[in-house]
Ligand binder design. Structure first.
Ligand SMILES: [Mg+2]
Length: 271
């Protein structure tokens, strides 16, 4: 009887430890979440009030956001695990900001406004400039994406080879930005990649065009089986070719990078 009680206690301990581990896996102490604002229903009788909306976004960030990110990344993981062993020279593409690394600290500090220039002192009441934020390499890993990154490192393609990961970011290809981005990725656990694409300094077009061209370059040697990004501009390509077998949209209600969806939609999302 004593033995059965011990087994029962041991089993309970395992269940509790497992639950604690999975809950802790994505548990965060994100800025603004120590005392999050109360959830309210948005007043839709009038044009949506931006102050109310910002409040709701903080509530979302503190509650369901990371669960929704994990669900999207889970779908990508299922596909990548299934598809990798079927393909010769498969590759996976990750966007960086709000896909691999989180900039929530500055998003919250600036209350969803965007300031390109200026310093960034989060302890001050002055707005934080995103360029200084980026070169300070303080973005934090998005846990579900980092977990997927590590799983990909353990997978093999049809010929037993590794699955390379490419990062394609809209950050500009300036020496300090490249160095900080590499430092930040490694510091947060994204410790190896095949190539890191940064946007050429003189590129004036849509970011989606630059990103599609980068994927086209990757396709010269690899088959992109999955492309993960928080913006549609990470995922679209030509109307009939998104340059990835499947793409996965990571939730990001905090900012929007145009252009919008092409009339033909995103074929990589629909398959
Ligand atoms: Mg992004």
């Amino acid at each position: 009887m004593r033995y059965r009680n011990q087994v029962w206690v041991f089993a309970c301990a395992i269940v509790l430890a497992t639950a604690a581990t999975s809950a802790a896996a994505y548990a965060e102490d994100a800025a603004g979440c120590q005392k999050p604002p109360a959830a309210q229903t948005l007043d839709t009788q009038w044009p949506i009030n931006i102050g109310q909306l910002a409040q709701q976004l903080v509530v979302y960030r503190c509650t369901d956001y990371m669960k929704d990110v994990a669900a999207a990344v889970d779908r990508a993981q299922n596909w990548i695990e299934r598809r990798s062993p079927e393909v010769e020279n498969p590759a996976v593409v990750f966007d960086i900001d709000e896909t691999s690394l989180s900039n929530w600290d500055v998003i919250y500090h600036d209350r969803f406004a965007y300031f390109a220039d200026g310093g960034c002192v989060l302890s001050s009441k002055v707005a934080c400039g995103w360029h200084d934020w980026f070169v300070s390499a303080r973005s934090t890993a998005i846990a579900p994406t980092l977990a997927l990154f590590r799983i990909i490192q353990s997978l093999h393609d049809k010929n037993g080879g590794k699955i390379p990961v490419f990062f394609i970011t809209g950050r500009r290809d300036e020496p300090d930005m490249r160095a900080a981005t590499e430092t930040n990725l490694r510091k947060e656990g994204f410790d190896s990649w095949e190539r890191l694409f940064l946007r050429p300094v003189d590129d004036k077009g849509f970011v989606s065009v630059y990103k599609a061209e980068a994927r086209r370059e990757i396709e010269q040697k690899y088959r992109i089986i999955a492309n993960l990004g928080d913006q549609y501009s990470d995922l679209i390509g030509e109307p009939d070719n998104n340059h990835a077998e499947k793409c996965f949209k990571i939730p990001d209600p905090f900012y929007f990078i145009p252009p919008d969806l092409p009339p033909a939609g995103l074929k990589c999302l629909s398959r």
